[in-house]
Design a protein around this ligand. Structure first.
Ligand SMILES: Nc1ncnc2c1ncn2[C@@H]1O[C@H](COP(=O)(O)OP(=O)(O)OP(=O)(O)O)[C@@H](O)[C@H]1O
Ligand SMILES: [Mg+2]
Length: 199
């Protein structure tokens, strides 16, 4: 079987001072593994593999509904976006822009471009603040508890192949903080909490 994919070779990555370890491709794959552990399918299937320009990340192409206005979608209360906001808080996504939302033709919404996730510094930067300080849904609490358990076992094992030990430890801390607070995070005043440009 063949499928259309997005391919981002490691060789094409620009070095970023705040992401000195590992690869951006590895961070994309790590985010996919966390998404899979949630069961929410936020991120399209993503793997590391060889391509014409060497090893890189390869992600299934998702056909989008072009009639959806991303500015309106990004401010909506679509349940898939609320789930995405929880995933972003877990992986510390520093770049959730409007253009990183994929409205599928079946009405579901997925997210892409997770190269700058999992910094060990808090950097959550997103457009999806509409649930800030609101209680996490029961579903989200259940999922976070499951992720927390996975971070003692198989999920941690796979993340350790892609991220530094410190980055994995910080991920555990972020999940613990979310479960302890019981609410969606609020934008910080210590760093820009909205990506620029936002779309
Ligand atoms: N899996 C996918 N399915 C469908 N479209 C995708 C997928 N991944 C990326 N795209 C499209 O390609 C564009 C660029 O992808 P992405 O943002 O991941 O790459 P990038 O290297 O960060 O490039 P840019 O600097 O343009 O953001 C997206 O805005 C989207 O339109
Ligand atoms: Mg991008």
């Amino acid at each position: 079987m063949t499928a259309t994919c997005v391919y981002k070779p490691v060789r094409g990555e620009r070095p970023l001072w705040d992401f000195p370890d590992g690869t951006l491709a590895g961070r994309e794959v790590a985010t996919y593994f966390v998404s899979e552990a949630t069961g929410w399918e936020v991120v399209p299937p993503t793997v590391l593999r060889d391509g014409p320009f060497g090893p890189g990340m390869c992600q299934l192409w998702v056909d989008t509904d072009e009639s959806v206005n991303l500015q309106v979608l990004a401010r909506s209360d679509h349940p898939d976006l609320r789930r995405m906001a929880v995933l972003d808080a877990i992986v510390n996504n520093a770049d959730r822009k409007g253009g990183h939302l994929l409205p599928r033709e079946d009405g579901r919404v997925q997210g892409i471009d997770h190269g700058i996730c999992f910094s060990s510094e808090d950097k959550l930067r997103t457009l999806l603040w509409q649930w800030r300080a609101l209680p996490l849904t029961d579903e989200a609490v259940e999922v976070l508890s499951r992720i927390r358990a996975g971070l003692e076992g198989p999920l941690a094992e796979v993340l350790h192949t892609l991220l530094t030990r410190r980055e994995v430890r910080r991920t555990v801390e972020r999940v613990d903080r979310l479960l302890a607070s019981g609410v969606h995070p609020e934008p910080s005043e210590d760093w820009p909490a909205i990506p620029w440009p936002p779309f």
